[in-house]
Design a protein around this ligand. Structure first.
Ligand code: AGP
Length: 628
């Protein structure tokens, strides 16, 4: 079993979709559906299958929604889809909202194709193919890839060569599974940047995005290399390079069960998703930067000078998303000097908020389906206020109903406790703050470009460094397994993270905790501090350290045990009277939210995991609260 926290753990490219392919002696359909179910953690907004019959007829069935809906559609068919070679796909939408048409597989006259990844130049490919007489039906980038391979197949009359020719034109990332009508029983696979594995046993050949889908058939596989096309026919697997020469590949084995494989070797989805934060931040920010390295939202209200007209901003959300709004408030007011208030969505519409036509309401939501947030959005629109949603699920209700939407790119978040979604919401709010500050004339382009660079490059690196503290945090967490109450305190930006630190600990470890502005404790709550009361002091803001140290002294004089989370620079400069300290790498005070968030998430995770709690599915909680 690989070390779940070491380099063996699989936290590569963020999972966007699930691919499965089968060629063998059985009817492929049940194998495809079963394989897709093991891959639903990678994306689940729509699914589809294509089966090639022995006489080279490809039949495709696809459906918006979960795999059960696809199964129902298949069951309802009068003429059952049957064939011993097929491909399947479960989707996490990136281009084109979830719909039957946008679901994979996508087809062309000679083939069917499933894809995981992003074709960056799909629009120009489509334009060329339209000129060549092709017709497009979907909003996806994938359809362009399918028709491009078909275009070359017609030219070179060789499926392997056609895939290489198309790959030379495509810019972006891909994992393709392809069936050609002229080659019944065969599956063709190739990849760039996205994972794709090929495997076989003495009965069949399998392609899959990830290990869980093959474990029913075998525990040995090939990690398909880039620049190679693999051809599977029954148990036979061949690898070809660009020159058409046969290539060898190293066969790997794994001793994971399906559940372990779905978590990439980590014990829980939550810790796996915390480890995905660097890539999630990188993808979320980079997709919103123009060639000039400045924010490019692609929405007139946010790119043009209309953004400058907003005089006041209301950030409205629930739970962890609302806590990201607290961080957003701090950075927007710091950089753009525009006033921001943060509202709990379930209260927003009932407090008859004062909304001005020059206001902007920003809705934050990972799922995009939270009923309270959707209701707040509708209230804002009913009052004629411009609405911007920052959402992680393409085509979700909060995304569709807002005037503008900025998607985050965290990939599916499976654990009920939100972690990487929080980090990317903060990242998108930082980017928004930079753009607003530019439009307000408070940042020139060079200053804005540098901040964008730090957000896109330095912050993922900072989070990587914070992840290296996981084992230290794990051993410190052992001191907190039996506590019943705990306080998180901080000042400035740190106080904006205390509520999230508190919620994370409460919701997965069931330990009661409170978040307090450190300066506020002495106004009452300090009466609760007795011998042994645990206090976690977040102190990344150097200019407020002396005040924090006096706050730590205050609680310690009443018996508290204090864990400080600070930076190397502060730890070296100040004598922090804490009982334990977690030391982050040095980070600019304004950007400290990112590594600090990772550490507070790790703390909550390790306390809960060591308490034996159901970390991914805490009692009483749902991943998306679609009731008011
Ligand atoms: C996250 O840890 C919580 N489980 C919960 O507070 C969540 O953030 C809240 O329900 C909002 O969900 P959303 O982001 O999908 O709208």
């Amino acid at each position: 079993m690989p070390d779940p926290f070491g380099e063996d753990a699989d936290t590569g490219k963020l999972y966007m979709c699930g691919i499965i392919g089968y060629t063998g002696h059985k009817n492929s359909l049940p194998v495809l559906i079963e394989g897709l179910r093991t891959l639903e953690y990678r994306g689940y907004d729509s699914a589809g299958v294509a089966v090639c019959t022995a006489d080279g007829v490809i039949e495709t069935v696809k459906s918006k929604g979960r795999i059960d809906l696809l199964q129902e559609k298949l069951d309802s068919l009068e003429k059952k889809v049957e064939g011993s070679c097929g491909i399947g796909h479960t989707r996490w939408a990136t281009h084109g909202a979830p719909s039957d048409t946008n679901s994979h597989p996508h087809t062309a006259p000679s083939l069917a194709l499933v894809h995981n990844g992003i074709i960056e130049n799909y629009a120009e490919i489509e334009e060329m193919l339209v000129r060549e007489g092709y017709t497009f039906y979907s909003e996806t980038d994938t359809e362009a890839a399918a028709k491009l391979i078909d275009y070359y197949y017609k030219k070179v009359n060789d499926p392997v060569l056609a895939m290489f020719e198309a790959a030379d034109v495509i810019r972006g990332s891909y994992a393709f599974g392809v069936m050609f009508c002229d080659f019944p029983g065969k599956i063709f696979a190739m990849r760039k940047d996205n994972p794709l594995i090929v495997a076989s046993n003495d009965e069949c050949g399998i392609i899959a995005s990830d290990i869980p889908a093959i474990l029913k058939h075998t525990n040995s596989y090939y990690q398909l290399e880039e620049g190679i096309v693999s051809v599977l026919c029954g148990s036979a697997i061949e690898f070809f390079d660009r020159t058409g020469k046969k290539a060898d590949q190293k066969r790997l084995t794994v001793d994971w069960n399906v559940e372990q494989a779905q978590k990439g070797g980590f014990p829980h989805f939550m810790i796996k998703e915390i480890h995905e934060e660097p890539e999630a931040i990188r993808q979320t920010v980079s997709t919103r930067l123009g060639e000039d390295g400045l924010p490019l939202f692609g929405v007139h209200e946010l790119d043009g000078d209309k953004l400058g007209k907003f005089k006041s901003i209301h950030i409205v959300a629930c739970g962890t998303a609302m806590h990201a709004g607290l961080v957003g408030k701090a950075i927007i007011e710091k950089l753009a000097r525009v006033s921001v208030d943060v509202d709990v969505a379930s209260e927003f519409r009932y407090r008859d908020p004062i909304l001005d036509p020059d206001d902007l309401v920003i809705l934050l939501s990972q799922s995009g389906e939270t009923a309270d947030t959707l209701a707040a959005l509708r209230h804002a629109k009913a009052n004629g206020v411009c609405t911007l949603s920052i959402v992680n699920v393409i085509g979700s209700s909060v995304a569709r109903e807002a005037d503008c939407v900025l998607y985050t790119w965290a990939g599916p978040e499976i654990s009920v406790a939100s972690t990487k979604a929080y980090s990317v919401q903060c990242a998108m709010l930082y980017l928004f703050a930079i753009q607003l500050a530019r439009v307000k004339g408070r940042l020139d382009d060079d200053e804005a470009r540098e901040l964008c660079r730090r957000l896109c490059e330095d912050m993922p690196a900072q989070v990587e460094k914070a992840l290296e503290l996981s084992r230290d945090v794990e051993s410190i967490a052992r001191n907190y397994l039996a506590v019943e109450n705990l306080f998180f305190i901080g000042r400035g930006l740190d106080s904006a993270l205390c509520p999230e630190a508190s919620l994370k600990l409460k919701e997965i470890s069931y330990i009661h905790s409170e978040a307090y502005a450190a300066g506020e404790l002495k106004h009452g709550t300090i009466s609760l501090i007795i011998e042994g009361t645990p206090v976690v002091a977040l102190m990344t803001q150097e200019r407020l350290c002396e005040k924090m140290i006096s706050g730590i002294r205050e609680v310690k004089s009443r018996g508290a045990t204090v864990l400080a989370v600070t930076t190397k620079e502060i730890a070296e400069k100040y004598n922090i009277p804490a009982d334990n300290t977690v030391i982050l790498d040095n980070v600019d005070a304004d950007f400290a939210a990112f590594p600090l968030a990772t550490v507070i998430q790790l703390f909550a995770y390790h306390v809960a995991a060591q308490r034996g709690c159901d970390v991914d599915k805490p009692r009483n909680l749902a991943k998306s609260v679609t009731v008011e």
